[in-house]
Design a protein around this ligand. Structure first.
Ligand code: HEC
Length: 183
C-alpha cells in the first residue's frame, strides 16, 4: 500500500482481523558514529561485523522500520474466550465455601463478642461462652473471647464490691442519723 505523505514517520492500518502499526527508525547524530563512515566506526564493531553493511548513513536517513501487528479482538473478548461460562461457574462456586468459612470462623464470632462487650459496657450481665476455647490458644478470636469473659468477671466483682461499699456507707449514715436523733 502506497503511503501518500512521504514525510510521515508512522503508519497504521486495519486489515481483516488485524491492526498494524509501523514506525520509521531515523538515524540520529549518535547513530552515525557506527553507521556513518566505516573509517570512523569503532574498531570492535568493524572486527565483529566488517566494514560493508550498515554504513554510509547520514543523520535523518531512514535506518529501518519497526512494524507491529496485533489481533483486532478486544482484551475483553479474549478474556471471555479464555474462560467460558462453565469455568466461571466453577471459579464462583469455589469462592463460596471460602466466604462461608470466613463468615463462620471470623465474622459471626466477632459479632457475638462485640455484642457481649457492648452489653457488659452498659452494666448488663451477659454470659460469654468459653467452653469451645482452650486457655493459651493461639487463635486470636478465642483469645479475644477469653479476655472478654475475664473482663465481664472483673466487672461483676467490681460492681459487687461497689454495691457492698455503698450499702455499708448507707448503714453508717443511718447509724449516725439515728444517733443524732437520740442525742
Ligand atoms: C556502538 C555502535 C552503534 C551505534 C551507536 C548504533 N548502532 Fe545500529 N547497529 C550496530 C551494529 C554493530 C549492528 C549490527 C547488529 C547485528 O547485526 O547483530 C547494528 C544494526 C542496526 C540496524 C539493523 C540493520 C540491519 O540491516 O539489520 C539498525 C536499523 C540500526 N542499527 C539502527 C541504529 C540507530 C537508529 C541507531 C541510533 C539510535 C544506532 N543503530 C546506533 C552498531 C551501532
Amino acid at each position: 500500500m502506497a503511503v501518500a505523505d512521504k514525510q510521515r514517520i508512522d503508519y497504521s492500518e486495519f486489515s481483516g482481523d488485524t491492526y498494524r502499526y509501523a514506525k520509521a527508525v531515523i538515524h540520529k547524530e549518535s547513530c552515525i558514529a557506527c553507521h556513518g563512515d566505516p573509517a570512523k566506526a569503532p574498531v570492535d564493531v568493524l572486527t565483529r561485523y566488517g566494514n560493508e553493511r550498515g554504513f554510509g548513513f547520514k543523520t535523518g536517513d531512514v535506518a529501518g522500520v519497526i512494524s507491529v501487528t496485533l489481533p483486532k479482538r478486544s482484551v475483553f473478548e479474549r478474556t471471555f474466550s479464555l474462560i467460558n461460562a462453565a469455568e466461571m461457574t466453577v471459579i464462583f462456586l469455589s469462592i463460596l465455601p471460602m466466604l462461608w468459612f470466613i463468615r463462620r470462623a471470623i465474622i459471626l464470632p466477632i459479632r457475638e463478642i462485640t455484642h457481649a462487650a457492648d452489653e457488659i459496657s452498659r452494666g448488663k450481665d451477659v454470659h460469654v461462652d468459653v467452653t469451645d476455647t482452650v486457655a493459651g490458644s493461639k487463635n486470636e478470636i478465642h483469645t479475644l473471647k477469653i479476655a472478654t469473659a475475664r473482663m465481664r468477671n472483673s466487672f461483676i466483682i467490681a460492681l459487687r464490691k461497689m454495691r457492698e461499699a455503698r450499702s455499708q456507707t448507707d448503714k453508717l449514715k443511718q447509724h449516725i442519723a439515728n444517733k443524732d436523733k437520740s442525742d
